[in-house]
Design a protein around this ligand. Structure first.
Ligand code: CA2
Length: 145
């Protein structure tokens, strides 16, 4: 069975506790649980990892192929708009990567309109709440099939 790595960036551990009008009421554990059920239906397995530390996310990306993953879904959080290092890490691996966002980053403040990682992923899903991750997983499944 193919394994997908799901990476959640800084502050996403706060989901469900703050700013529900922007990010919804589901916790990260809720989102991961639903995603695991969809993965099962798609005959995929997911491993999830959240970190508030850029380097930890980069280390997981570097190790992803050796760790046996076939693709990555990443919500880089605020690092989306700041991190050349994260972009370079994604660019350095050969696995397909999909960028997912809960909110529509293009409909928010102008500093959120630019994503450093958008140019090195196979696609971006933005604005569907927790469903963004599920759409990303379906897209990745189709890409890998
Ligand atoms: O919409 C998304 O998924 C974002 O990646 C979320 C980031 C934001 O910086 C991006 O522009 C868009 C923020 C994640 C922080 O999540 C929080 C959750 C609850 C309370 C406070 C922050």
């Amino acid at each position: 069975m193919k394994r997908i790595l799901v990476l959640h960036g800084p502050n996403l551990n706060l989901l469900g506790q703050r700013e529900p009008e922007v990010y919804g009421r589901q916790t990260l554990a809720d989102i991961d649980g639903e995603l695991a059920m969809l993965a099962d239906q798609l005959d995929l397995a997911i491993d999830t990892f959240q970190s508030n530390h850029e380097g930890d996310l980069i280390d997981r990306i570097h190790a992803s192929a050796n760790d046996g993953f076939s693709g990555i879904i990443i919500n880089p959080g605020g690092l989306t708009h700041t991190s050349v290092a994260l972009r370079d890490a994604i660019s350095s691996i050969e696995l397909p990567v999909i960028e997912a966002h809960l909110s529509n980053i293009h409909a928010r403040e102008s500093f959120r309109h630019h994503s450093y990682v958008a140019g090195v992923v196979i696609g971006q899903v933005s604005g569907f709440g927790a469903t963004s991750y599920q759409l990303a997983l379906r897209g990745l499944a189709a890409h890998l099939a």
